[in-house]
Ligand binder design. Structure first.
Ligand code: PDD
Length: 277
């Protein structure tokens, strides 16, 4: 396998040379947070927003991290990679315990880790499954505790799906690794921010850009039935950009590909963030 350029606790090395203690709290408790920072044509997309969210995630978990150092490491990984298009995965854990204990010492030293890889931002149509949202109640924190997402997405994969759209008490929350948008009676709808969803940066960028173009977006509470009545559904994330849903398995829907409003949003987004030089 090709070497993957990485950093661990401030030291740059190949990913496969990094050694992690089994008592890292990232390992024993998922006591860690992360970001996925995309870059396209060597431009980092919404860098400050990713750093701010990383900082918010650390604050929510009371992880005392040097965010400026992390920001510099992310920049260095990208600039030294010679890649045009890709993303950085960057994680901060609370640190390494001397023995596993739910209650952590207050003097642990944060443990940080990141790598950079190439990525194509060509969006692919998605086949999705609808499922119950079985996750915890602080999905607004970008923590690495993602077992609910992992279980649901792998169940869906066994049905040849690429993603899931989750609901809690019949209310649509988000995708397994994305936010949800849909067009209902020509209105663009997306679940409003709450502790049940991640405040997606692609979601925010898209809402801002389409509003700038005079198109309105409704943020609200939507049922599974609302979603199934939609003319178009798409998912957003830092790695997917805007990816339309072509099929929701085992459901009767009115989804048609290349809906006019979806195409408009996609070209606005691509022009703003992914336009080729
Ligand atoms: N995930 N919701 C969830 C649960 C996510 O995991 C993600 C992104 C999003 C979209 O957030 P953003 O637009 O800021 O990427 C929403 C990343 C890409 C991942 O875990 O790989």
């Amino acid at each position: 396998m090709k070497n993957i350029h990485a950093v661990f606790n401030g030291e740059y090395k190949d990913l496969d040379k990094i050694k992690v203690s089994p008592l890292s709290r990232a390992y024993t408790f998922s006591d860690s947070v992360y970001e996925v920072i995309p870059f396209f044509n060597e431009n980092i997309i919404a860098f400050d927003k990713h750093i701010k969210r990383l900082s918010n995630s650390c604050s929510s978990l009371n992880i005392d991290a040097d965010i400026e150092k992390s920001a510099n490491e992310i920049l260095h990984l990208i600039s030294s990679s010679n890649l045009k298009n890709g993303y950085v995965y960057y994680q901060i854990s609370r640190g390494v315990d001397s023995l596993r204990s739910h209650i952590h010492n207050n003097d642990l030293k944060e443990e940080s880790f990141g790598y950079v890889v190439s990525h194509s931002f060509e969006s692919k149509d998605l086949k999705v499954a609808i499922c119950e949202d079985i996750r915890w109640q602080r999905c607004d924190i970008k923590s690495t505790s993602l077992l609910g997402n992992v279980m649901s997405m792998n169940d869906a994969k066994n049905h040849h799906c690429d993603e899931v759209i989750m609901h809690k008490n019949n209310e649509i929350t988000e995708g397994g690794a994305s936010n949800v948008f849909f067009v209902l009676n020509n209105i663009i709808c997306t679940p409003s921010l709450s502790t049940n969803i991640l405040p997606g940066i692609t979601r925010e960028l898209l809402i801002t850009e389409i509003k700038k173009n005079g198109i309105s977006v409704e943020e609200g509470t939507y049922s599974v039935e609302n979603l199934l009545e939609a003319e178009s559904v798409w998912l957003t994330s830092s790695t997917k950009g805007l990816a339309q849903v072509s099929e929701i398995i085992n459901q009767k829907t009115r989804i048609k590909k290349n809906n006019k409003i979806f195409n408009q949003c996609k070209s606005i987004f691509d022009r703003a963030f992914l336009s080729s030089c």
